[in-house]
Design a protein around this ligand. Structure first.
Ligand code: COA
Length: 379
């Protein structure tokens, strides 16, 4: 059998959840192109589609939305746990710890039970924004803001960050970001979720495993890296020297490149349009020239990386958008988690329906039959 480092190109499961064509730049959730979903759906409706394999009827959607609203609050003991975490720690670690702790309050060991699957999914999707916003505020010494039942999923998240009902255009842009990040076949964090799911562990443990994997700079952490890079570049005339210096030092440009896409990431195309619309909207309110800078980074970056067929990916424009929205950069990946939780849970449900414990093999390259040398005789 051929060895494929990083399991690149090795099919590890059969799935009906999403489809990617990296050569053509196609991404579908349950067969529906993401362009359609970004234009017409909402994050919660898309989450339902991913979890249950079809678009909900109006009454199913109403119930799902109502159930998530009812389960937004977190127990005071979870808030206390978040309060005890170091304020300089990474928000993804706080979210991972809080999600793992949630599982202690809501036992869900009967993983093939449809009720357990439904209510665990509702709880995780509903509570993640509350956990994220709680750490956002508590680490600054501010009080946690309780969710507001009259606000939709995304508006309520933004409200819990600041206490202000958000500009509907910003809330809509963020909702589209959540749709576009919700699922992407077997990426690293989803694979992590599936490996944990295959041990028949509970969904809170499944999601906390995935959050740990998403944190890394080669995966979800790239969004935060994009914000840092834009800050470091600072002005249009610094774009080329900055990127050339990075590449000469054999460093990676955050928000560029993708294991699957060999053309521009279709999600980056949609987000670029949204970032433009939002920039125009914010410009009217005295917004910044951030998008001009980002587009110049994309133009020069593509030129310099052309020979390797590397283009901007979804994290490039989501990093730009979150920065436009004024969110703290180290929280960008937690927003990714609030979205990808839908995909992780869909894969969890699919995995346990026809479970095979993941146990790949390895090629051993070490030695054999080495002597156990007594400690006094070791060099
Ligand atoms: C996502 C990523 C890990 C995919 O990498 P991959 O498909 O495994 O590709 P490889 O790591 O084998 O890289 C192939 C070549 O392209 C280069 N490359 C890939 N991404 C690059 C980037 N962002 N900047 C500069 N060079 C890059 C590599 O250095 C390598 O060059 P070489 O062949 O001369 O050694 C990679 O593109 C990356 O690190 N991107 C930056 C982080 C990021 O944005 N992640 C979010 C992904 S959605």
């Amino acid at each position: 059998m051929d060895y494929s480092p990083g399991l690149a190109g090795v099919p590890a499961t059969k799935s009906k959840i999403s489809f990617v064509d990296g050569q053509k730049g196609v991404l579908e959730y349950r067969g529906i192109p993401i362009e359609e979903l970004a234009a017409k759906s909402t994050f919660l409706e898309t989450a339902y589609l991913l979890l249950f394999d079809r678009l909900p009827s109006q009454s199913e959607l109403d119930r799902f939305v109502r159930d998530t609203i009812r389960h937004r609050r977190i127990k005071y003991r979870i808030t206390d746990l978040i309060k005890c975490l170091p304020e300089h720690g990474h928000p993804m670690d706080a979210v991972q710890a809080a999600v793992a702790a949630l599982g202690m309050f809501y036992p869900a060991d009967d993983v093939t039970n449809p009720d357990v699957q439904y209510w665990s999914s509702v709880r995780l999707i509903a509570k993640l924004p509350t956990i994220v916003s709680a750490f956002y505020r508590l680490r600054r010494g501010d009080e946690q803001i309780q969710p507001r039942d009259d606000l939709d999923h995304t508006s309520n998240f933004l409200y819990m960050l600041t206490g202000d009902v958000p500009d509907p255009k910003i809330a809509k842009a963020l909702d589209v970001c959540l749709i576009l990040h919700a699922e992407h076949t077997i990426n690293a964090s989803t694979f992590s979720a599936m490996v944990t799911a295959s041990t028949l562990s509970d969904p809170y443990t499944v999601v906390s495993s995935a959050i740990g994997t998403l944190k890394g700079p080669l995966h979800g952490g790239a969004t935060q890296g994009v914000a840092k890079m834009l800050d470091e570049i600072g002005s249009l005339d610094q774009v080329r020297p900055y990127l050339e210096k990075k590449l000469a030092a054999k460093q990676r440009i955050m928000g560029f490149g993708h294991r699957v896409y060999k053309v521009k990431d279709p999600r980056a195309k949609i987000l670029q349009t949204i970032a433009r619309e939002l920039a125009d909207h914010l410009q009217q309110q005295g917004g910044s020239a951030l998008l001009e800078l980002a587009q110049e980074v994309e133009r020069v970056g593509e030129e310099l990386l052309q020979a390797k067929g590397i283009h901007a990916n979804v994290d490039f424009y989501s990093g730009v958008l979150y920065k436009e929205m004024g969110l703290d950069p180290d929280f960008f990946t937690t927003i990714f988690a609030m979205s990808r939780v839908a995909g992780w849970l869909a894969h969890w449900i699919e995995q346990v329906q026809d479970n095979h414990l993941f146990r790949p093999t390895q090629i051993y390259e070490g030695e054999h039959n080495r002597p156990y040398v007594p400690i006094a005789e070791r060099g």
